[in-house]
Design a protein around this ligand. Structure first.
Ligand SMILES: CCCCCCCCCCCC[C@H](C)C(=O)SCCNC(=O)CCNC(=O)[C@H](O)C(C)(C)COP(=O)(O)OP(=O)(O)OC[C@H]1O[C@@H](n2cnc3c(N)ncnc32)[C@H](O)[C@@H]1OP(=O)(O)O
Length: 382
């Protein structure tokens, strides 16, 4: 796998950093998640392929253990508020001094500088400050955050993973590590570059929810079918739009022009009436195999059995029978090989990992007894 041999220490976090760690693990890195002690359940639902060690960082011994793990690794991924790692004596200055090859990734909402740097926040706040949230939502409605996908995952975890991979690549030339300041505000804004930069061609001149790609256009929206399901329509280009009209059995000559903004609400009603006349399965049969850019809106229960997804094996099942998406993209020679085992319990690999990193068994036992670290026992308590 592409990242085989890369050792990552991931400090347990809420959602973006765990996703970043899972991407690295999916593509072959050895990712060790550092959990707290005395917690009964991991909140990390993105733990595929990771190992878990439980360390109490409120003890000097615990901090020393983490330091030893970090300086022997390639990457440290930390999801805390600015200043937390410095307070522990584990800031980038300290760790890079001991291991100049270390890549130190800091994944936060607001970044390491600026007046919001130490403020608490979540995806919706970062999205708001990026400007993007103001553009999301339907006409005459308040801004609407599309789950926590944009800032936490696209602008956060994924962008941070890109930063880590870039730093690993650069390190092959310079031999040096570096610090990655991954701000979810900036990551989200960057993911939104198209929106920013396509203002120059008038793509977003109209209010929220009245533009081509924000549910303003009748040919780029979802429609309810007679069985209460939905179809997604993305027929932008004229040749595809013609096929949409053909499938809907509508005559272009009797309709307003596709790009007549003022007629979009009327056209949307016409399309809505048509879609409401047949079931999702009937519309799928009509549009499958055409270039009308019309597809059924599938539920999570339906995706893996859809022929296209099934043919590509786009979804995988873990040992507990839970389905999830296969890692993307697919690399031809060194594809990801996602672990299918159940997610690690907290501290499941403490002993194994510490021994691998050079700790003596007697020292491990002494730290276990003192509550500095926790091991397998936690699994039984879950
Ligand atoms: C009813 C509630 C149920 C909750 C269920 C949750 C289910 C998951 C839901 C996922 C929702 C995802 C949402 C939508 C998101 O947007 S997640 C993104 C959140 N934002 C970020 O990650 C940005 C960066 N992080 C932060 O800004 C902050 O960490 C935070 C998220 C605001 C949380 O702040 P806060 O809890 O005060 O923590 P921090 O200031 O980071 O400090 C962490 C403290 O914990 C300590 N710590 C860490 N590891 C250990 C350890 N192993 N052992 C002992 N202590 C540990 C650190 O030392 C630090 O302590 P201290 O410096 O405060 O004394």
């Amino acid at each position: 796998m592409a990242l085989a041999g890369v050792r990552v220490i991931e400090l347990a976090g809420l959602a973006p950093a765990p996703f970043c760690g899972m991407i690295l693990a999916d593509f072959g890195a050895k990712v060790i998640r550092v959990d707290r002690t005395k917690v009964s359940m991991a909140l990390d639902t993105q733990a595929r392929g990771k190992k878990s060690v439980a360390i109490n960082l409120k003890t000097p011994e615990g901090v020393a253990v983490l330091k030893k793990l970090c300086v022997q690794s390639d990457v440290v991924l930390e999801p805390y508020r600015k200043g937390v790692m410095e307070k522990l004596g584990l800031g980038p200055r300290e760790l890079l001094r001991e291991n100049p090859c270390l890549i130190y990734a800091r994944l936060t909402g607001y970044g390491q500088s600026g007046s919001y740097a130490t403020a608490a926040g979540h995806d919706i706040n970062y999205l708001a400050i990026s400007g993007l949230l103001s553009r999301l939502g339907r006409s005459e409605e308040k801004p609407y955050a599309p789950l926590n996908l944009v800032a936490d995952f696209a602008g956060g975890g994924l962008t941070c993973a890109l930063g880590i991979v870039l730093a690993l690549l650069e390190r092959t030339k310079s031999g040096k590590g570096q610090v990655i300041d991954a701000s979810m505000v900036e990551g989200a804004a960057y993911v939104g570059s198209f929106v920013w930069k396509s203002r120059s061609i008038g793509m977003w001149d109209r209010p929220r929810g009245q533009n081509m790609l924000d549910s303003g256009a009748p040919f780029y929206d979802t429609y309810q079918t007679s069985d209460g399901k939905h179809m997604a329509v993305g027929a932008i280009e004229p040749q595809f739009y013609r096929q949409l009209l053909k499938g809907l059995e509508l005559d272009a000559a009797e309709l307003p022009d596709q790009m007549s903004f003022s007629d979009w609400p009327e056209l949307t009603k016409i399309f809505a009436d048509r879609f409401a006349s047949k079931s999702q399965a009937e519309w799928s049969q009509i549009f499958d195999g055409t270039d009308a850019c019309v597809t059924p809106v599938l539920t999570f229960e339906e995706v893996s059995s859809h022929p296209h997804n099934r043919e590509r094996a786009s979804f995988i099942e873990d040992a507990g029978g839970q389905e999830s998406p296969r890692p993307a993209p697919v690399l031809s020679r060194t594809p990801a090989e996602p672990g299918l085992a159940l997610d690690p319990a907290i501290g499941e690999h403490t002993l194994e990992v510490l021994q691998e990193y050079g700790f003596k068994r007697a020292d491990i036992d002494q730290m276990l007894a003192a509550g500095v670290i926790e091991g397998h026992a936690m699994k039984a308590k879950l």
